[in-house]
Design a protein around this ligand. Structure first.
Ligand code: ADP
Ligand code: MG
Length: 687
């Protein structure tokens, strides 16, 4: 058999007219395959009767019981209330919309069959507007659990069920190939696993399905993760097949930088730099990810790599995800490189007109040796003369396509080498998935002399005490950050919350010198504020998170973060990393707004308990899921059809071995697997 069954266009299914066809196409569903890979979100259990005494809160159930009493209850919303009893307990039915014939039907003693969602409270068990039939009627019972599909307006559940019924018949008749046989010996074939999840039989363990641990889900998740893994490897192989410039400098510029530093690199930094220099000397493009905790010194490693390429006569591009981060890199790099005679060139979307033309000309002629900027570096108009190294600082996972767009800029010498820096650590399992196309080096050591930061959680109701303590610390000669969080990213340029806070702190701490920094200041203004803070002229710096305070002020040993519950753990960890850089004990106060959600409290506790970025990242994954962590929830990257993280993280090792086995023994299946699983994905409304 072949995959032909899966390729059948949905237009051939009964009931698919032009309108529905278009709606499904908008969701990326055009074949039996994409339809069947659209799995139910949850299931209703109508396969058996539930005794009233066993109804669970919020769970739907089919009941058969006798009417004890019925009455119309007056009130703001008049309702028909019917009490029923099945010997195991009493259930109240409530109808807000009803007709007189219904009232007449509900005679004490008659039997009702009904289906609805149970609500348990102190007042007893209730169902509002259940579906019902008079008498013992088993039409409310189904043979299989009833699937509920994620959907959009205009496609009802009945439509999904009808279409999937037809599609399931097709694959039952002509099962698609089991591409994992005989490598993987599982209880379920592909067709069986698909059928099981669309129509779980009576008695299926819904708990296991809800926990994503059912063998049918595991079977599909393994295949899906395998396909994903193979496509990352495929991408990597394609990139590695290009030529790259061999970079073998004498190392004079690197030495110049090292001589000028007030410290020596850690062992970890040296080791990671060796990995990079080894890659750069090869005729294939480097594809390397550098991970390291906040403050581990990734920037220095990147700067040394850049100098290697520049000394060998090539151009280097350094790209950051936001203008602010790119500016920060520009500042840091020029501090180190300008004394060595290496000029930096700035290019962002805001560089316009004559200046843009001039900048582009410098880049094209090769006069610009190190170009720093944002996505603007990707644009077609930007042509490099001899680009050999691209350094990408990723706040979140960039789309692979974006990276590819930049790699085509190295056409003269082939493809540029690529070095990806992550802003914060990524859990191992997640990097196995999202970064499988890259080699990874970890800076697993912090520079000496860092003191762990003590973190406390304080309710905003005790704000007054916190302000008093900040005032006292400042008077004792310490410096502090006061970080204001924004509700939405779109407010990134809104300075008001920080301005208001700074004004009120000024009032309450008149003897403390308070500075203010936010995204609306010009670069010159920002630099002036940061210089004053560095010099100690400002003791308390009020800042927004967008600043990410990329400056090192070892004397700053206290940080207050307002509304930390709004931020991800990775971002909190990144912010907190700005203190604890000097010899004095440092403190971070998370000034939260109560009441905290259960999850919010758990997350902030992780911050209190740990200073280890890798541990925090694992916890963030557990508490928030991978999309949030990689910043890809909106883009759909890492949105799997069946596979779930962290629930399926234990499968990844096996999947990686499976990928080796398939590549080795069944290479022709790789393309089939990728085709089957890595098609287009769209967002669905949750029902
Ligand atoms: P991150 O890995 O978070 O990007 P940075 O590169 O910003 O960290 O480095 C944090 C600070 O530590 C910077 O001020 C940097 O100059 C300093 N630094 C880097 N390496 C060392 C080292 N080996 N010893 C002491 N300080 C270092
Ligand atoms: Mg950094």
């Amino acid at each position: 058999m072949t995959d032909d069954t899966l390729r059948i266009p949905i237009a051939s299914l009964r009931g698919v007219g032009p309108k529905l066809h278009q709606r499904l196409a908008d969701l990326g569903i055009s074949t039996v395959e994409s339809l069947l890979f659209h799995f139910p979100l949850r299931y209703q259990d109508r396969t058996r009767l539930t005794p009233i005494g066993a109804i669970q809160d919020g769970v739907e159930a089919v009941i058969c019981a006798q009417v004890r009493a019925a009455s119309i209850v007056p009130g703001r919303r008049r309702s028909l209330v019917v009490k029923v009893d099945d010997g195991s307990g009493l259930l109240t039915l409530r109808f807000f919309h009803f007709r007189q014939t219904q009232v007449n039907q509900m005679k004490p003693g008659i039997t009702l069959s009904l289906f609805g969602q149970g609500r348990r409270s102190g007042a007893g068990t209730e169902m509002v507007h259940p579906e019902y039939r008079i008498g013992e009627d088993n039409t409310l019972l189904d043979e299989a659990l009833t699937p509920i599909y994620p959907t959009v307006e205009g496609i009802g559940q009945a439509v999904w069920r009808n279409l999937t019924d037809q599609a399931l018949k097709q694959i039952a008749r002509h099962p698609p190939d089991d591409l994992l046989k005989p490598i993987l010996d599982e209880r379920f074939s592909l067709a069986e696993a698909i059928s099981y999840l669309h129509r779980p039989p009576p008695g299926a363990t819904l708990e296991a399905i809800r926990a994503w641990r059912h063998p049918a889900q595991i079977r599909l998740a393994k295949e899906e993760l395998l396909a994903h893994q193979l496509s990352m490897r495929d991408l990597r192989a394609k990139e590695r097949a290009f030529q790259a410039a061999m970079i073998e400098p004498d190392g004079q510029l690197q030495e110049g930088l090292l001589n000028q530093l007030a410290f020596i690199p850690t062992h970890a930094q040296t080791r990671v730099l060796q990995d990079i220099l080894g890659d750069l000397a090869q005729p294939q493009p480097m594809l390397r990810l550098i991970q390291g905790d906040v403050g581990s010194g990734k920037t220095l490693v990147a700067a040394l790599a850049a100098l290697a390429a520049i000394e060998a006569g090539y151009q280097v591009a350094l790209m950051a995800p936001t203008e602010l981060l790119a500016e920060q890199h520009l500042r840091n790099f020029s501090q180190w490189l300008t004394p060595l005679g290496v000029e930096l060139t700035w290019l962002s979307g805001k560089v316009k007109g004559k200046q843009r033309t001039a900048t582009l000309a410098m880049i094209a002629k090769g006069e610009a040796r190190l170009v720093v900027g944002t996505h603007a570096l990707f644009q077609d108009a930007v042509v490099f003369s001899d680009l050999a190294l691209v350094i990408i600082d990723e706040q979140h996972r960039f789309g692979v396509h974006q990276r590819l767009a930049l790699t085509q800029k190295g056409a003269n010498q082939g493809m540029p080498h690529q070095l990806v820096l992550t802003a914060t650590p990524i859990p191992r399992t997640l990097s196995m998935l999202a970064y499988a196309d890259l080699d990874c080096s970890i800076i697993d050591e912090l520079p000496p002399g860092r003191t762990p930061v003590t973190t406390t959680l304080v309710d905003n109701q005790r704000r007054g005490e916190v302000i008093a303590r900040v005032g006292q610390a400042c008077r004792e000669g310490r410096q502090a950050y006061w970080v204001c969080t924004l509700i939405e990213e779109s407010e990134a340029l809104d300075a008001r919350p920080a301005e208001t806070t700074a004004a009120s702190l000024n009032e309450q701490l008149p003897d403390v010198s308070i500075g203010l920094i936010h995204g609306r200041l010009s670069s010159t203004e920002k630099e002036a504020v940061m210089a004053a803070f560095q010099a100690g002229d400002i003791t308390l710096l009020v800042a927004t998170t967008v600043i990410e305070v990329g400056v090192d002020v070892p004397n700053a040993s206290l940080m207050i973060i307002e509304n930390p519950e709004r931020l991800g753990l990775a971002q909190l960890h990144q912010l907190r990393g700005r203190v604890g850089r000097g010899a004095t004990a440092s403190f971070c106060v998370l000034l939260y707004q109560s009441p905290l959600s259960h999850n919010g409290a758990l997350r902030l506790n992780v911050m209190r308990e740990s200073n280890d970025g890798f541990f925090i990242a694992e916890e963030d994954l557990r508490l928030r899921g991978p999309g949030e962590l990689l910043g890809t929830r909106q883009t759909g990257l890492m949105a799997f059809r069946v596979a779930q993280l962290p629930e399926h993280e234990d499968l990844l090792e096996e999947v990686s071995q499976l990928a080796d086995a398939v590549e080795k023994n069944y290479p022709h299946r790789c393309a089939q697997l990728m085709d089957r699983w890595t098609g287009e994905r769209r967002a669905f409304a949750r029902v």
